[in-house]
Design a protein around this ligand. Structure first.
Ligand SMILES: CC(=O)SCCNC(=O)CCNC(=O)[C@H](O)C(C)(C)COP(=O)(O)OP(=O)(O)OC[C@H]1O[C@@H](n2cnc3c(N)ncnc32)[C@H](O)[C@@H]1OP(=O)(O)O
Ligand SMILES: CC(=O)C(=O)O
Length: 534
């Protein structure tokens, strides 16, 4: 594109709350939908297809409640179908509920594939054209802006192009402001999409068109891009790609792709900065785990692990990054593992010693120790607390302020809830303390005893808590003698970090991870105090 040409405006139509909710495992309550609509204002002016009034009580409640709220930036669209076969639009419960929803924009889908007309609607091709024409016309006369989703357009166009085009013509003649070409089954190839869009444009230009693509062939984003390149101006999709079967075109990928790579005018730059946190928000709301490997917005999207890559990236970011992560509100991360070179370790050590140089022998010492430990089952990517503890120890900036002289744990699963007891003996300076504590399981008992024994010396421990505990058997073929890796997540304020232990004794591995968690909490607190004094 010539840099002097004006950027072409692409409107985003977000169907996360409707087609996204058709995805397996995705669920939005009425309150979730209201929170979503409020938060999406941050993204600027886009359409939000919020549900199907009449389909279920949640969607009915949503449209009732949203009428009372002010959502100035967002266009709320209500979704539904054409009226039913042999039904007049004035008598159509579906259309009347759409009108009653109060939404200014109404999107209705109609069949554009003759196979569906015959086998699903079980009516004549003429009758389907009537449903489309009369339904659109009825809604337009009620004062609505009507978007027409030409369901299965690309499959229909392949098998009976004249009829597929006729369906579009009916909707446009009746007053639909935009016709959206749908790859409902997600089976089309980019060349099918390009041809379909081209033919519709040839017939109906300069009519505005949209694209709605499913991801059954893993091509939803690519096909949406092809459609935009072929001239559509509205893109429908869902954040994180949620949707029926394999999902819809993923807006978390498509928006930056169009805006940064395609140089289209999609969202404002400040909205683009917010798409990483917004994608996470959509995941939290939908009850689905967030896919950290997503392009642009995933935690791994700009995470560099290989030593060679990190060395290069520290010299020039462009060597292994296709864009600046900050543009989409994401960040660069340098991972430490047995794939690391000195560059990875050096970058991390600088957090604790800004003056260190890559050639310092401590950098190589830490790298070799990490590689050796990873060879024995440690995995530092998930245990940044233990990693940083190892690094500050390498720099001689930390020695543990306490010593565990002894510990014993008894467990009796038949005892009820507090089924375990731990006794620990610790030495702090010249003082020795011995404490016994009960717990719900042996690790909980040990954690509790350690914290109680150390509490009066290190009050910060009362503010931290263990929030997750994961065990992985590393060598299953050795049965009960297998080596286990324990990872414990600890929270202090808003921060959460992992610590790790590896042993053929699960309790020993757990104790190792617990002690790292305690030591790292103490170090962080002391470091915070040190910084405050400077
Ligand atoms: C491609 C898409 O993703 S479209 C979106 C689909 N979304 C959903 O289905 C989720 C919400 N759906 C629902 O809650 C329900 O299916 C409802 C309330 C809409 C309808 O429920 P029911 O009345 O019980 O009908 P049911 O779902 O069993 O069948 C669909 C009916 O709609 C008809 N239909 C399907 N598409 C259309 C259309 N474009 N225009 C008119 N009628 C249609 C079918 O022929 C069938 O009619 P029939 O029962 O006379 O054979
Ligand atoms: C309309 C719609 O959701 C589809 O065709 O996939």
């Amino acid at each position: 594109m010539n840099q002097n040409e004006a950027k072409r405006k692409i409107t985003i139509y977000d169907t996360t709350l409707r087609d996204g909710a058709q995805g397996e495992g995705i669920h939005f309550s009425t309150q979730d939908k209201l929170s979503y609509v409020k938060r999406i204002e941050e993204m600027g002016s886009l359409y939000v297809e919020a549900g199907w009034p009449g389909a279920n009580p949640r969607d009915d409640n949503f449209f009732q409640l949203i009428k009372e709220q002010e959502v100035p930036m967002t266009h709320i669209a209500a979704f539904g179908s054409t009226c039913k076969v042999n039904e007049a639009p004035e008598n159509s419960e579906i259309l009347l509920k759409l009108v009653a929803s109060g939404a200014k924009t109404i999107t209705i889908f109609g069949k554009a594939w003759d196979l569906h007309v015959r086998d699903v609607l079980r009516t004549s091709l003429e009758e389907n054209l009537r449903l489309i024409r009369e339904s659109v016309s009825f809604l337009v006369k009620q004062g609505h802006d009507v978007f027409f989703d030409a369901e299965h357009f690309f499959d229909g166009f392949k098998e009976n192009p004249d009829y597929a085009l006729k369906c579009i013509e009916m909707a446009l003649q009746a007053g639909a402001s935009i016709a959206i070409l749908c790859d409902t089954n997600g089976g089309s190839l980019p060349k099918d999409i390009a041809l379909g869009v081209e033919m519709v444009r040839r017939e109906f230009a300069p009519q505005e068109l949209g694209i709605h693509v499913h991801n059954d062939s893993g091509l939803a984003v690519a096909n949406s891009l092809v459609a935009v390149e072929a001239g559509v101006t509205q893109v429908q999709g869902t954040w994180n790609g949620y949707g029926e079967r394999c999902g819809n075109a993923n807006l978390s990928t498509l928006v930056p792709l169009l805006q940064v790579k395609g140089n289209y005018d999609v969202l404002s730059d400040s909205a683009l900065h917010k798409i990483t946190p917004f994608s996470r928000f959509a995941a939290e709301l939908s009850n689905a785990p967030f896919d950290e490997r997503q392009p642009y917005v995933g935690r791994s999207a700009f995470a560099h692990k290989a030593g060679m890559h990190v060395d290069a990236i520290l010299k020039n970011h462009r060597t292994f990054e296709h864009m600046d992560p900050g543009e989409v509100g994401n960040e660069r991360r340098i991972l430490i593992s047995d794939q690391a070179g000195k560059a990875n370790i050096f970058e991390r050590l600088r957090r604790f010693d800004p003056d260190i140089v890559k050639e310092d022998p401590l950098v190589e010492k830490a790298m070799l120790e990490i590689k050796d430990m990873e060879n024995n089952g440690f995995q530092f990517e998930a245990a940044e607390g233990s990693l940083d503890l190892l690094l500050v120890r390498t720099l001689n900036r930390f020695t543990s302020p306490f010593e565990v002289l002894d510990y014993h744990v008894w467990s009796d699963p038949l005892r009820g809830e507090l089924d375990s007891v731990a006794v620990v003996k610790v030495k702090v300076g010249e003082q020795t303390v011995q404490i016994a504590a009960e717990g719900n399981g042996p690790v909980n008992a040990l954690d509790s005893a350690l914290r109680q024994a150390l509490a009066s010396f290190f009050p910060i421990l009362a503010e931290s808590e263990l929030v997750d505990y994961k065990v992985r058997v590393l060598d299953g073929s050795r049965g009960t003698e297998a080596i286990v890796r324990v990872i414990i997540d600890t929270r202090l304020g808003h921060e959460v970090w992992g610590t790790i232990g590896v042993s053929n004794n699960i309790l020993k591995a757990s104790a190792q991870a617990l002690l790292d968690a305690i030591n790292w909490t103490i170090w962080k607190f002391d470091e915070g105090a040190r910084r405050a004094r400077v």
